[in-house]
Design a protein around this ligand. Sequence first.
Ligand code: VLP
Length: 338
Amino acid sequence: MRIEATFYTCSQVDRNSVFTMQTWLVQLYYKFTTYRAGLTKHSLPIDNSGIAASFSYAEKGSRNPEKPSIVFVHGLSSNKETWIPIIKNISDDYHCITVDLPGHGETIGFQEDIYTIDKFVEKLKLFFDEMGLTEPMCIIGASMGGAVVCMFAIKYPKYVSMICLLAPIANEASETDLIRQLRTGVYNALLPETPEELRQMIHTQTVKRLKLPEPFVNGFLRLRLRLLEEHKKILTSLLGYDSSLIEDHYQQLRQVNCPALILWGRQDKVYAVSGAEFFCNLLPNSECVVFDDCGHFMAIDKPEETARSILTFFDSNANYQYMAILDRAFPIDIRINF
Ligand SMILES: CCCCCCCCCCCCCCCC(=O)OC(CO)CO
């Protein structure tokens, strides 16, 4: 409350310094919640064909050769910090990694003219290889990140011991009015440009009614606006996918045999809850959990429940996941020679 009062006083002094302080406020908030969730932030430099690039990621717990790492992939115009409320509820017995996708958060140097899900998949693969994360992992994706995780699991099954999808981009039948509005070229419902639009976006995607202080909303918006053009390009690229082709892409999930957990909020206004059944029917080894009183942002509406569902499913598939690790270390053709 005292911080707020200070910022209001400054707003009469100089608009620019207020904007700067409002972004600081959000960055300070990120720093504090990252720390409190047990995460530490890192940067991984990459030589992106001559351009200096780097992935920004955060980590909790430590690698265990017998237990898969858990990697979290955020959605469109999100960032690694959106996972904090969920990771706060995961003990450091589990090795967790959150990463900023190209064009998002503090990951830099991977700008593209056209973004495809496949490009995100390749960049994720690059991140894993540079991190030395080549053993099977539990990979979790929300929304657009869920589509990335699906395509990653199809293309690189050896890197995957389990997947978890939080309301991923789904079939045409699950598209909502919001998606149809995006298709008319109006992006503000997902990519807000004013504080009011940002409040509306959060309101649409959550059931919980958050009381967000104005300086915080402004700071959050200013951070997002820095990447707005990039996010518009990504959304335009995504909307270029033919609806029927999306379902064709997803048909390949029938070959993904690893355990798959699908989570959805019953009040999701981005992709309707019917999407849960679509994915459950495709994935041969899947389980589906639908949360009541939950919108598209599960990390806000159901953080504890989401963490609990993930860990319960992770633990109950420990044997399968351990076999996946063994299989990677000693492929079947090597074992036959013993
Ligand atoms: C494998 C085929 C893929 C074809 C993709 C074609 C989809 C067209 C619609 C895109 C609509 C994009 C919606 C993403 C929403 C999202 O990510 O929400 C964030 C918060 O904004 C949640 O964290």
